[in-house]
Design a protein. Structure first.
Length: 174
């Protein structure tokens, strides 16, 4: 019989056990343990954690979102045609996305990404965001985002996904 754990996504809170979180990338672990709460208090980032419903203090994974401005110069034509013509394009940045090593291999990376995109899409009309941006931390991360439709900017680890594409994904019949 396969294990079935149900998860809940919620903003990072004091009851979440940040000290036990490890994903295998020191910078992502350190951020969650030492900086995330402060960023939330300062409204610098929104931090969302995925927790097992049967263990609500344990963090299975997390992501951060914040407002971002991007110069349209390096954006490929495939993404540019859906953007306004401004000196800076408003966007939502997925600053970090990580899955605990204890929960890796269960499909939580794509689940966290889908939740981040859903939140970015739902708030795009409130804060004005025409795309989602990620700065991948490795070639493996680039492949992950490209597999989910992101377009890599030339000669960088930055990838973008136009809000129009996200809209099409969100409105597809399931």
């Amino acid at each position: 019989m396969t294990e079935k754990i149900l998860y809940r996504l919620e903003p990072l809170g004091k009851h979440h056990d940040r000290a036990e979180f490890t994903c295998g990338v020191a910078s992502l672990d350190t951020y969650l343990k030492t900086q995330a709460s402060q960023d939330m208090r300062r409204k610098a980032n929104a931090v969302f954690v995925l927790v097992p419903k049967d263990s609500p203090g344990r963090i299975a994974g997390y992501f951060t979102l914040c407002a971002f401005g991007l110069a349209p110069g390096p954006i490929p034509d495939a993404a540019r045609r859906h953007l306004p013509r401004y000196p800076l394009v408003s966007a939502t940045l997925i600053g970090r996305l990580a899955v605990s090593t204890a929960f890796q291999g269960r499909g939580l990376g794509p689940l966290l990404l889908a939740e981040a995109l859903r939140k970015a899409y739902e708030n795009a009309s409130v804060v004005g965001s025409s795309m989602v941006v990620v700065d991948a931390i490795s070639d493996r991360a680039v492949l992950f985002y490209e597999a989910h439709g992101f377009i890599r900017l030339p000669e960088s680890m930055r990838l973008v996904l136009p809000m129009r594409t996200i809209s099409e994904i969100m409105t597809e019949p399931r």
